[in-house]
Design a protein around this ligand. Structure first.
Ligand code: C2E
Ligand code: MG
Ligand code: MG
Ligand code: MG
Length: 290
């Protein structure tokens, strides 16, 4: 009995010491360990066609799953990851997760896409294309089902960005500019980048239905996107009023809590099946009329 107790006690003490030592690590060392232990998982947020509510795809959003099961939001570690060069292995884990989580779903529904957030360095170097090819190439997923999104920061060097975007599109991917309106982009270079999609930042969508001067900016962003032949996704759609406003102003796609929060893969897959079923159910009453 004493031996048994001693065994438990020492395991307990060792566990305590390990916890203590992990606590004392710098944020960077913690992140390095997390990368090595592959602690990054992906949640998926639906992107819908506003007029119909049909889900057309999802954004892959990374979360750091700590050993205690808690999830750390990307805002709290992406900046450090970008500064320290850890963002590349994290991006690779995101692509691996997409390939693993959604392979079956994406093979079944060819019209559905997943969009991946790409950091500035990966756009500049074009590394992202090989990372995607190496991880998606072996699956049943088609290149046109993988979209890439970069913030304006990622597109600042127009020549390098153009090269990567052109090559991405040659391979069948689509490319979006993320958080549009929050960066420093000039219309000059936006016009010169071969983009497919513009995502209006949620800070602008937020102002819709509020007595705020910036709300008047949204229609102009939409007009500009149309002039540049870009499809538009509104981020952060939280209310039915916002959705109606966006539909009235000709925005085709939206993403936000009104439609669904980012969710674990199995929940998103169930969501998409429901969404597809509802779509088919919509057709039946019409047929019954005859
Ligand atoms: P983002 O790419 O602009 O992603 C949209 C963010 O808005 C997500 O935050 C999402 O949860 C949140 N959001 C969506 N709908 C709503 C809404 O209706 N209301 C509000 N208040 N928020 C909404 P999240 O998941 O915390 O991600 C934050 C940012 O972290 C992302 O912004 C993106 O820039 C970055 N990020 C996420 N995953 C990755 C990744 O795999 N790689 C890289 N490089 N960055 C990532
Ligand atoms: Mg994004
Ligand atoms: Mg965004
Ligand atoms: Mg945003």
């Amino acid at each position: 009995v004493f031996l048994l107790f001693g065994g438990f006690a020492s395991i307990f003490i060792v566990a305590m010491i390990m916890r203590q030592s992990r606590k004392r690590l710098s944020p960077l060392s913690e992140l390095q360990i997390a990368v090595r232990k592959r602690e990054f998982i992906v949640h998926y947020q639906p992107i819908v066609e506003l007029a119909t509510g049909n889900c057309v795809g999802a954004e892959a959003l990374v979360r750091w799953k700590r050993p205690d099961g808690s999830l750390v939001r990307p805002d709290l570690f992406i900046p450090l990851a970008e500064q320290s060069g850890l963002i590349q292995p994290i991006t690779d884990q995101v692509i691996d997760a997409v390939a693993r989580d959604l392979n079956e779903l994406l093979v079944q529904y060819r019209s559905v896409h997943v969009t991946i957030n790409v950091c500035a360095e990966d756009i500049k170097s074009g590394r992202i294309l090989e990372a995607v090819a190496a991880r998606i190439g072996r699956t049943g997923i088609e290149n046109r089902q993988i979209w890439l999104e970069a913030t304006e920061r990622g597109l600042l060097d127009i020549e390098e960005a153009s090269r990567t975007i052109e090559e991405a599109r040659t391979r069948g991917h689509k490319v979006a500019i993320d958080d549009f309106g929050t960066g420093y982009s000039s219309l000059q270079y936006l016009q010169n980048l071969p983009l497919d999609t513009l995502k209006i930042d949620k800070s602008f969508i937020n102002t819709i239905n509020r007595q705020s001067a910036t709300s008047s900016v949204v229609p102009h962003i939409i007009d500009m996107a149309k002039a540049l032949n870009l499809s538009v996704v509104a981020e952060g759609v939280e209310t039915v009023e916002q959705a109606e406003y966006l539909i009235e102003h000709g925005v085709e796609y939206g993403q936000g809590w009104h439609y669904g929060k980012p969710m674990p893969a199995d929940i998103f897959i169930a969501y998409l099946y429901e969404n597809m079923k509802r779509r088919r159910a919509d057709v039946i009453p019409l047929r019954r009329l005859n």
